[in-house]
Write a protein that binds this ligand. Structure first.
Ligand SMILES: [Zn+2]
Ligand SMILES: [Zn+2]
Length: 202
């Protein structure tokens, strides 16, 4: 049964998709999990539709080397890049801990992209905007081209629909996504650097 659900999602998302079958099935499972979470199909505490609690430290939010990983409420350690991706289109509660794991700040939960803005975004983009990808709007997240953490607005001009995999590639995979004149999206692969990386591994 689960295979029937996963297989359409696990098909290649464009000609550049070189993921082996197993990896695509695993990614599809994550897709489904997030989709359900995002639509409130997974029972949540409280009444909010989408409410993801991420526990993180100041160091992790700033992406400093050696910072402890943030934790989702179901306890998956995640990197600061993953926190940024999740915060891109989510109602999020910010909980900051100091180095002794003492809570120093609790932000309020907010829907980053409002209902009407998301409707307008769905109508404009229709599906994932990554060139060659046709994942429908219902399987995408709203992505901020300039992240709101860095001062980007939630105006339509700063938003684009991305499926789970392409959203991951932009945040954790360091691909760049640029909207050109006329609305065409340009993708720029991560810069290849030789020699020791300026940053340690996450
Ligand atoms: Zn994003
Ligand atoms: Zn996509």
């Amino acid at each position: 049964m689960i295979r029937t659900v996963l297989e359409p999602l696990a098909r290649r998302s464009g000609a550049d998709d070189k993921r082996p079958y197993d990896r695509r099935m695993a990614d599809a499972l994550v897709d489904v999990a997030w989709h359900h979470l995002d639509n409130g199909l997974v029972p949540q505490n409280g009444s909010q539709r989408t409410h993801l609690q991420v526990t993180t430290s100041l160091e992790t939010l700033k992406g400093l080397d050696g910072a402890p990983a943030a934790e989702l409420e179901f306890s998956l350690p995640i990197s600061s890049k993953a926190v940024e991706r999740l915060a891109c289109d989510c109602s999020i509660t910010r909980i900051l801990l100091n180095s002794d794991s003492v809570v120093i700040d609790v932000g309020r939960a907010k829907r980053v992209i409002s209902g009407p803005a998301r409707k307008a975004l769905n109508a404009r983009d229709g599906h994932c905007v990554w060139p060659g990808c046709d994942r429908p709007a219902s399987w995408t997240s709203g992505h901020h081209l300039v992240h709101w953490i860095h001062g980007g607005t939630s105006d339509l001009s700063n938003l684009a629909l991305l499926c789970y995999r392409h959203h991951w590639m932009v945040h954790e995979g360091a691909w760049q996504l640029v909207r050109q004149d006329g609305g065409r999206m340009l993708t720029i692969p991560p810069t290849v650097t030789f020699g020791p990386s300026p940053r340690g591994p996450d």
